[in-house]
Design a protein around this ligand. Structure first.
Ligand SMILES: *Cc1c(COP(=O)(O)O)cnc(C)c1O
Length: 486
């Protein structure tokens, strides 16, 4: 277990507070974040943002508040909550005590100022980007993206008049710089890409974004904040599919937008026009003030919550927030085991004759190996892309021969999972696009679970034997067709 070196810890104050004696003493405002900032990651994943006793019963675990809305004490409070002067709870589409507890914890784990949880990873990406973009704007994104994100940008956002360019050589900061336009409002990339495990040079790409006055949004789903905290390397906003490693149990979908500190949301272009007019211009719902006037450096986060998420409506149910929270409390322990097993299996798979290539950043053969040593010292993640020599028939046979690995399109579960991207997630792409994404006919994506690694290895060995039989059969057929000996 890696323990962070930490300054002298502060007491976890909210843990030591006695619970209020009756529900009537319950505070109207969301509880302040537990002061766990000086503690290591594993301590924070079980304590940060905890609000023991706030519900009046001394609950040690954040309870599930399944109330659609919240009573106002009087008319003045109602008006103040709507105007934004009082940040108490109003309606669960905007905030809820259970989702707020998860938000405090995830903000702490990512080292962010605040967080907004939503119904899925896709909802998190959509919310984070719609908070920055309007018709006519341009997005610059890495070519190595989750297929759902790529489609969202290339197809859905395009219909709103938002254009996108994909940077093919994401490791070269100049490649990003060359594609910037005056209308570029955000750079978007995955810290560890799905499925090929390309590691982003977060600091270099953040510098390109900041020179242009715009933020870098990073999808940190595959790395998780245990392996990497992109905000510490210059990213401005982090998004996650909480459905994956953050939960780990594979029971709930969820997403989160974590907002960092220090970005200038009030920046202007050379002509003096605000880069983010939606934050700078007077807003009717704020009584003619702007989000920047009212919230300063919190303008983006407040606007994303009250104007984007609340309007488009991708709510995370309190029940799912509770499930994600249960997962987060064991994140570091799971990730350590996931990464250890994935690295062992990746190295072993690379030596197997049936295997053409393995994409995992722990391997010296990975183009991301050096960046992984810099950005991922605790491990290179649990997704392993394995390309079989026998192409699609071998991949099919391999997947069907696996017994412990579940055949499904999901990742980050405690159980090991496998999928064939070329015929599922990437089926609608052209061959050239698939090649660029590292998805070959023989590629299978493994999400290595926390089972005993010997058992996983035995399962993979059995499946490789099955795949090799298909390959040998195909080779010999080909040989016969060509009239030669195979
Ligand atoms: C799964 C995934 C998403 C989408 O998340 P959902 O919770 O399924 O909506 C986004 N980004 C990455 C990297 C993912 O793996």
């Amino acid at each position: 277990m890696t323990v962070q070196t930490a300054p002298t810890p502060h007491p976890v104050q909210t843990v030591r507070h006695p619970a209020p004696r009756s529900a009537r003493t319950q505070p109207a405002l969301p509880a302040p974040q537990a002061r766990t900032a000086g503690y290591g990651f594993t301590t924070q994943q079980v304590h940060a943002g905890a609000d023991a006793g706030a519900a009046g019963h001394g609950d040690r675990v954040a309870p599930i508040h399944v109330s659609a809305g919240f009573r106002f004490e009087d008319s003045a409070t109602a008006a103040a909550r709507f105007s934004g002067e009082d940040d108490g709870f109003v309606y669960s589409r905007i905030a809820n005590p259970t989702t707020a507890a998860l938000e405090r914890r995830l903000a702490a784990l990512e080292g962010g100022a605040e967080a907004l949880v939503v119904g899925s990873g896709q909802a998190a990406i959509t919310t984070a980007l719609l908070g920055l973009l309007q018709h006519g704007d341009h997005v610059l994104a890495s070519d190595h993206l989750y297929e759902g994100s790529r489609g969202l940008l290339a197809e859905n956002f395009a219909r709103f008049g938002i254009s996108v360019d994909f940077v093919t050589d994401h490791a070269d900061p100049q490649a990003w710089r060359r594609l910037l336009r005056p209308t570029t409002r955000v750079l978007f990339a995955e810290s560890l890409s799905n499925p090929r495990n390309e590691v982003l040079d977060t600091a270099a790409v953040a510098a390109v974004a900041h020179d242009h006055g715009v933020p870098l949004v990073v999808d940190n789903t595959l790395a998780t904040p245990y392996l990497l905290r992109p905000l510490e390397h210059g990213a401005d906003v982090v998004v996650h599919s909480a459905s994956k490693f953050l939960s780990g149990h594979g029971t709930a979908l969820g997403g989160v937008v974590v907002v960092g500190r220090g970005f200038d949301w009030g920046a202007h272009d050379d002509d003096g026009a605000p880069l983010f007019a939606q934050l700078a211009e007077p807003s009717a719902v704020l009584g003619g003030r702007s989000w920047l006037d009212l919230h300063g450096e919190r303008a983006y986060a407040e606007h994303a919550r009250h104007h984007v998420a609340a309007r488009f409506g991708p709510v995370l149910s309190p029940f799912n927030a509770f499930l994600v929270q249960q997962g987060v409390e064991t994140l570091s322990l799971r990730m350590a085991q996931h990464c250890r097993s994935a690295a062992l299996l990746a190295a072993w798979l690379e030596r197997q004759p049936a295997v053409l290539r393995v994409d995992h950043a722990s391997l010296a053969s990975s183009p991301s190996h050096l960046r992984a040593r810099r950005y991922l010292p605790r491990g290179s993640g649990a997704v392993v892309a394995v390309t079989l020599r026998g192409g699609a028939p071998a991949a099919r046979r391999f997947i069907e021969a696996l017994q412990l690995f579940s055949h499904m399109t999901h990742l980050g579960d405690v159980r090991s999972l496998v999928v064939h991207p070329a015929s599922t997630t990437h089926a609608h792409r052209t061959d050239a696009e698939r090649e660029r994404a590292g998805v070959h006919p023989g590629t299978v994506r493994l999400s290595v679970g926390i089972e005993d690694v010997e058992d996983l290895q035995a399962d993979l060995r059995r499946a490789l034997v099955a795949a090799e039989l298909v390959t040998a059969h195909a080779d010999s057929l080909e040989g016969q067709l060509q009239g030669g000996a195979a």
